[in-house]
Design a protein around this ligand. Structure first.
Ligand code: ASP
Length: 406
């Protein structure tokens, strides 16, 4: 029998969930456990996935030859564009307000919520754990990320024998975690069925629910569009000194692949090929920046993290202060860096932000249903930004690109 493509499976899960929630309410308790199990599965992988992703990423960068000027430039580009993406998302979510005053049946649950009352400074101080095992067992993501960054960096400072061994070891751990994640993600369709049927059966109004989800998706999509069609092209023109549409055309194959696979890592070989042979960036720069970019530089994911976390906060009726929004921006950046280049990794990472501002992790259930679709769009933007980065860095290193349209 021919296998049904994943996105169709998701759609079938979604529609069945909606039908159950609307017409077969009394049966929902018999299927909602599937959603609970799925969310537990996602939460199970968060800590080991983030830990191994960051340690192996940092150890690999540090061990790369030529790290130094090129590495710093690359990191600078990655953080700047991700921040620009997040700020675009922040602006839009505060304008569109997809979750404000939304009656989705969540607000009543906010009573007794352990909302983070710390000041911005307080949160920063707590990034340094006093006991890393306590951070692991409490799921405090910021201290875990801090420790992972340190650990990854100091792997590169050990003797050659140890650093090669440890880097290989963490690369292998990371590979295993990606396999486990892909395995858990396979259950998305039935997870969605369980979660959506419950959410719909409890939602005071279905049209309200659908309308709010629609505005949320629109907010993310408009943000991604602005970033890909305005921000990045302006940077490519200003600093890469090539015609952004010429570069965009060169990237069509990897971009379509990114859209259909929802995986930056799976798209990587095509991205490298297009950037090197169509846009004319040297092999030295493509092979340094793009593999790194596929896991570290995720502008689309960063924007989405910020919008999704604030949408969840709004839906719970929680108003975040400016300082808390600053924490969201900062953690969205970390989450996008820590996300693996595989489908729906961004969804797993939302927990980092929710835990940093003290929102319930169950909030992830709210955005799950539409995540596979948004994933396709944000992955396309992730890959496009990697390619723009390669062009800009190549230009800054004095390379001549293929653009004949200029
Ligand atoms: N799927 C995305 C990627 O591979 C990551 C994410 O889920 O945001 O780039």
């Amino acid at each position: 029998m021919k296998k049904i493509a994943f996105h169709w499976q998701v759609l079938i899960g979604l529609i069945t969930g909606i039908l159950f929630g609307v017409f077969l309410k009394e049966y929902v308790p018999y299927i909602s456990w599937m959603g609970v199990l799925f969310l537990r599965g996602l939460r199970m992988i968060i800590i080991p996935l983030v830990l191994t992703s960051i340690i192996s990423g940092i150890a690999n960068i540090g061990n790369a030859r030529n790290f130094g000027r090129l590495g710093l430039k690359t990191m600078f580009y990655y953080t700047t564009t991700s921040l620009l993406a997040i700020l675009t998302g922040l602006f839009l979510v505060n304008q569109f307000k997809p979750g404000v005053n939304a009656d989705l049946g969540l607000i009543k649950k906010v009573d007794g919520l352990d909302l983070m009352q710390d000041s911005f400074g307080g949160t920063l101080i707590k990034i340094i754990p006093t006991n890393i095992f306590e951070a692991f067992s409490n799921g405090d993501m910021l201290p875990i990320i801090f420790f992972a960054l340190l650990f990854g960096f100091f792997i590169t400072q050990t003797s050659k024998k140890s650093s090669v061994f440890m880097t290989d070891l963490f690369n292998s751990f990371f590979e295993v975690m990606m396999k486990i994640t892909m395995f858990v993600i396979k259950f998305t369709p039935i997870g969605i069925l369980g979660i959506v049927s419950k959410a719909i059966s409890e939602a005071p109004s279905i049209t309200e629910f659908a309308g709010r989800m629609g505005i949320y998706m629109l907010t993310v999509l408009v943000g991604l569009f602005i970033h890909a069609m305005i921000t990045l092209p302006v940077l490519v023109k200003a600093f890469g000194r090539v015609n952004p549409f010429w570069h965009l055309k060169n990237m069509l194959t990897p971009l379509i692949t990114a859209f259909s696979t929802a995986s930056s890592s799976a798209t990587l070989p095509l991205t490298m090929n297009a950037v090197e042979f169509k846009s004319g960036v040297s092999n030295k720069i493509t092979s340094f920046t793009l593999p790194l970019g596929a896991t570290v530089n995720m502008d689309g994911t960063a924007l989405y993290e910020c919008v999704a976390a604030l949408f969840i906060a709004q839906a719970y009726g929680v108003e975040l202060t400016i300082a808390q929004q600053a924490i969201v921006v900062f953690t969205a950046l970390l989450a996008s860096i820590g996300a693996a280049g595989i489908p729906m990794a961004g969804l797993v990472m939302i927990s980092i932000i929710l835990s940093a501002v003290g929102l319930p992790l169950e909030g992830v259930g709210l955005i799950l249903a539409v995540d596979p679709l948004l994933d396709m769009f944000r992955t396309t933007v992730n890959v496009y930004s990697d390619s723009c980065g390669a062009v800009i860095i190549a230009k800054s290193e004095g390379e001549i690109l293929n653009d004949k349209t200029n």
